[in-house]
Design a protein around this ligand. Structure first.
Ligand code: NAD
Length: 345
């Protein structure tokens, strides 16, 4: 399998690149514009691998895309390149409109041109459960839940999902969509909730929790997501959407408290001997903060046989241990956490 992975220098994209090259034996071309969110050091384990190559390119650059398709002749593309941070979309939405909507449109047009010469080519557009909006206390998002995006980020992802299905219907592209819940794991940028809390807890800094901490997210270990994506792009039915999630709902406060307990157990105690839970500080809520997300992944499990291998307790323990052991990876990125003091996606 020859796959183009867009956004392969990001958090999830790098996990997909590592999985595809090291575990599946695919030939991978990582296409990434290297924004602030990219980190090529996350790819150190495959950078010299003969089945891996990196090209710096913008998904909005049609000329570059055409040249890459013509030269690499891929069997499939996993499109992950995006602006992904909800808080940044609130303070500056232009990049989200450009990359997430115009970039996906440009990818679709490049695929439309390429698939005339490669009719079996498959495109997987990687999206989020946030397109479905916010749940009350009960219920789960399924593939038929109506779209109701509520942040600039989720609106831009919803728009790109609609473009993908329109190009499938109109131009018969072999396109699929996956909508996944919140990811966490190794190589996660420290502006996002879980790595930010791990590093602040480690260093005895305040742990800012939005509102009262009762917002619920459904967490999935990133390597489980990577396996889901490579499964869907190979075996999913074109024109279909697959929800991806691990049935791990937690309130934000539960997440932060669990991180505190794990850091207390795995790292040196704070100088004052206080438990890390004492660092929790409630801050003003995010505007339009969705109350609850929860994914029903039954279709993916039953049709394609995928199962999450990690539950939240095993995955979070692995994640905390990884951050404790890989200071050389996150230390150069610590400024991102300092820049963003709120509770992040
Ligand atoms: P990320 O922000 O960590 O990485 C995004 C990558 O895309 C970066 O390497 C960046 O350089 C690249 N990129 C940005 N703009 C680009 C452009 N114009 N051209 C080429 N490359 C560009 O994101 P992530 O958390 O790894 O998310 C990857 C995808 O998965 C996104 O599409 C996101 O919407 C989706 N998703 C993320 C989550 C999550 O919890 N992180 C959950 C569900 C879906």
């Amino acid at each position: 399998m020859k796959a183009i992975i867009t956004g392969g220098a990001g958090f999830i994209g790098s996990a997909v690149c590592r999985h595809a090259v090291l575990e599946l034996g695919w030939q991978v071309l990582n296409l990434d514009a290297l924004t602030y969110a990219a980190n090529l050091s996350s790819l150190a384990s495959i950078e010299a691998h003969p089945n891996y190559q990196f090209i710096k390119a913008d998904v909005c650059d049609r000329t570059a895309l055409d040249a890459i398709f013509a030269d690499f002749q891929p069997d499939c593309m996993l499109h992950l390149a995006a602006e992904s941070h909800v808080d940044r979309s609130i303070t500056g939405s232009a990049a989200f409109i450009n990359t997430n909507i115009v970039g996906t449109y440009t990818v679709l047009e490049a695929v439309r041109a390429y698939h005339t010469s490669c009719p079996n080519f498959r495109l997987l557009h990687v999206s989020t459960d946030e397109v479905y909006g916010s749940l009350g206390d009960e219920g789960l998002f399924t593939e038929t839940t109506p779209y109701s995006p509520r942040s600039p980020y989720s609106a831009s992802k919803a728009a790109s999902d609609h473009l993908v299905m329109a190009w499938h219907e109109t131009y018969e592209l072999n396109a699929l969509i996956s909508n996944c819940s919140n990811n966490y794991g190794p190589y996660h940028l420290p502006e996002k909730l879980i790595p930010l809390m791990i590093l602040n807890a480690l260093e005895g800094k305040p742990l800012p929790v939005y509102g009262d901490g009762s917002n619920v997210r459904d967490w999935l270990f990133v390597d489980d997501h990577a396996r889901a994506l490579t499964t869907i792009v190979q075996h999913g039915r074109v024109g279909e959407t697959y929800n991806v999630g691990g049935r791990n709902e937690r309130t934000n406060l539960q997440v932060v408290e669990t991180i505190c307990d794990l850091v207390d157990a795995l790292a040196l105690a704070l100088p004052n001997g206080q438990p890390r839970r004492s660092l929790i500080a409630y801050v003003a809520d995010r505007p339009g903060h969705d109350k609850r997300y929860a994914i029903d992944a039954t279709k993916l499990e039953q049709e394609l046989g995928w199962r999450a291998q990690e539950n939240f307790d095993t995955g979070l323990r692995k994640t905390v241990a990884w951050f404790l052991e890989h200071q050389e990876w996150w230390q150069p990125l610590r400024w991102l956490a300092a820049q963003r003091q709120g509770l992040l996606k």
